[in-house]
Design a protein around this ligand. Structure first.
Ligand code: ADP
Ligand code: MG
Length: 396
């Protein structure tokens, strides 16, 4: 993959950067600026190199229409504070305002184009439409840097098509993500354990199928565990269950056995009679979940079991919380897994938006993990063994 250094001297050059600024907003207040901070190494490097920096990003789902509530104005303001220099926000994506804004840039200054998804061509399935937008974007710049890891699995104009039109390179964030994730998807040091959780099996079927030939251990918690328990013939009460996935999951259990992959399921669960923060939590064995209860976390014996498996591994990938960590009473499983990853010596990668949020919310030091991915979908597709369009295009 080409790095920024391969672009040569950038002084006075107009460099178009795709970043991921899809931050959570409360009105026009940014509630978590993690994604903006993650973009700073690349942007600061370009500023210091004397480039004219033009950033493109999306926010929310404006679906190809100009919707003021999805304006990048709050992002431009926050980015300016973090860079300690004003960021000029264009009023459009590739229109008159974008052209004027870019033309007014001095060396080392930063501009932000308005929400790239205000233009319907950005996400069009029609190659020609995307290419037409990419061409207009390319006219604004001399080089392209891809740094929005959260979107590199998307074949979109600002991610994929643009890279074919300008000298292109991966930014530092994308480089670090691919470097870390390829250590677990390529040739991981063994034993290699993968911990999967989150709400639904159907979200992660591709990952499970791929891992059945790659991992040594597959630890399953979270909502998806109940479909596995049901596939083993246990009653799961009112727990999250995807009945239509039971045959697929049975197939996975058989394949795992054949391949010598150890599937570790919860042996006990913390259950409640309703989905609420103040519900009464009880501990029950995984094969004895009462009919009127739902499993909302893995139980204490499972927490111990999962921790030991994680501590015995040399490489660990984790995607998806073990329980409803948003409620204190059901955060113990997620906390135990995070602690084992954080305290163990394995190369540890955390993927998934909610898992990364859980690590922060539960107060773990992010530095004690080898890598916490900023891209949920992109990291999942890498774990699935897929080639990502926005990465492949940087390799040509
Ligand atoms: P990630 O974003 O890390 O990939 P997911 O989006 O797949 O994770 O799942 C996260 C959600 O799964 C969390 O909001 C959590 O509350 C929910 N969850 C975990 N365990 C359970 C459970 N047993 N029942 C219902 N929801 C669960
Ligand atoms: Mg999620």
């Amino acid at each position: 993959m080409k790095t920024i250094e391969s672009l040569g001297d950038l002084r006075g050059k107009r460099v178009l950067v795709r970043s991921d600024f899809n931050v959570p907003l409360d009105g026009d207040r940014i509630t978590d600026d993690g994604r903006i901070r993650a973009a700073l190494p690349t942007l600061k490097h370009l500023v210091d190199a004397g480039a004219k920096v033009i950033v493109m990003a999306h926010l929310g789902r404006p679906k190809g229409e100009v919707k003021p509530e999805f304006s990048l104005a709050p992002v431009a303001k926050r980015l300016g504070e973090l860079l300690d220099a004003p960021v000029k926000l264009a009023k459009d994506v590739v229109g008159e305002s974008a052209k004027e804004t870019v033309a007014s840039l001095q060396d080392g200054e930063v501009a932000l184009l308005e929400n790239i998804r205000f233009d319907p061509r950005e996400t069009s399935k029609d190659d020609a439409e995307r290419e037409a937008l990419a061409k207009e974007l390319a006219e604004l710049a001399d080089a392209y840097v891809s740094d929005g890891f959260g979107v590199v699995h998307r074949k979109q104009a600002s991610v994929y098509d643009i890279a074919k039109l300008l000298p292109s390179a991966a930014g530092y964030l994308v480089f670090k993500e691919i470097d870390s994730l390829s250590k677990v998807t390529g040739d991981p040091e063994r034993p290699y354990a993968v911990v999967l959780g989150g709400s639904k099996v159907s979200d992660k079927l591709g990952v499970i199928a791929n891992l059945l030939t790659k991992a040594d251990m597959l630890l399953i918690g979270g909502g998806m565990a109940y479909t596995f328990l049901a596939a083993k013939g246990y009653g799961v009460g009112k727990s999250l269950l995807e009945e239509d996935q039971i045959p697929t999951v049975k197939g996975y259990l058989e394949e795992a056995e054949k391949n010598g992959v150890e599937i570790v399921l919860p042996v006990d669960v913390i259950a409640a009679d309703r989905f609420a923060a103040d519900a009464t939590a009880i501990v029950v064995d995984a094969d004895a979940i009462p009919e009127d209860q739902m499993g909302l976390d893995i139980g204490p014996k499972s927490q111990e079991l999962f921790s030991q498996k994680i501590l015995s591994a040399k490489t660990v990938a984790w995607n998806g919380p073990m329980g409803v960590f948003e409620f204190d009473a059901f955060a113990g499983g997620t906390r135990a897994v995070a602690r084992a990853l954080s305290e163990g010596n394995a190369f540890s990668v955390v993927g998934g938006g909610d898992s990364a949020a859980a690590v922060r919310q539960l107060g773990f030091d992010e530095e004690t993990f080898s890598h916490i991915s900023t891209g949920g979908g992109a990291s999942l597709e890498l774990l699935e063994g897929k080639t990502l369009p926005g990465i492949a295009v940087l390799e040509d």
